[in-house]
Design a protein around this ligand. Sequence first.
Ligand code: PAF
Length: 287
Amino acid sequence: MAGCTKFPIMIIARTLTDLRAACASLRAEFGGLTFVPTMGALHEGHKTLVREAVASGAPAVTSIFVNPLQFAPTEDLSRYPRDEAGDLAALEACGCALVWLPDVATMYPPGEATTISLAGPAERWEGDARPGHFRGVATVCAKLFGQVRPDRAYFGEKDWQQLQVIKRMVADLLLPLEIVGVPTVREADGLAMSSRNRFLNPDERAVAPALYRVLRSVAGDLAGGAVAAPVLASAREALTAAGFAVDYLALVDGPTLAPVETVGTGSRLIATARLGPVRLLDNVAIG
Ligand code: PAF
């Protein structure tokens, strides 16, 4: 891999001064940077993002920061999985050039009073289920983009709404970078890879792939011209019968996340369904 030969030694920055110096020297030598923001506990989905960033030819910077601002008070921030040593080894193997490991005080300095206010694609769905979540995601990403100043940043399509929120923010704030969406990486049985999957017990894990199976079947029906409302209703019933508590299963316009009644260009099927305490998110294109 090009990145492995170019960057035999991965730089680790823990202060903003070190990050800025490393970014400046990589940018001076290679002419640009790519970026993958993460919260760590890296799985194959994250590694795919990093490999994509590396394969683009510019040095890849990855951040690991468990962002408190995107967790609600009811959500257990302390339970979020952490594995710094494992993550660093994985990033090095992927050919990452620089890892940014900020602390909370750097990202949220004393007296901080500025966050990103969102509408459009941040409304509804996860925006309703997790009030304040996207404000936290957008705020931390804006800060990270300002610190790293990448030419491109890579996000997984698995979190479809997050990807659209970030694209909208970058367009609206005229930020000088491109957001690249990368297709969802799945287990062999179709379950979308997620840091939350580790919290599924064996019975839940056996049921979990049904979410993707049902989404694909609905997408096939809709692509074949079926009327959306009854197909969506029977898919919700099928998921409930399989043991899921369905938060939503909806046909939306891909970029805006607005619900639509008929399939159009860029329509997306999005779903969140709970198995025990674990919320599983997934989405598919139609056709
Ligand atoms: O998708 C995630 O892991 C996080 O929401 C992100 C984009 C790293 C921001 O904290």
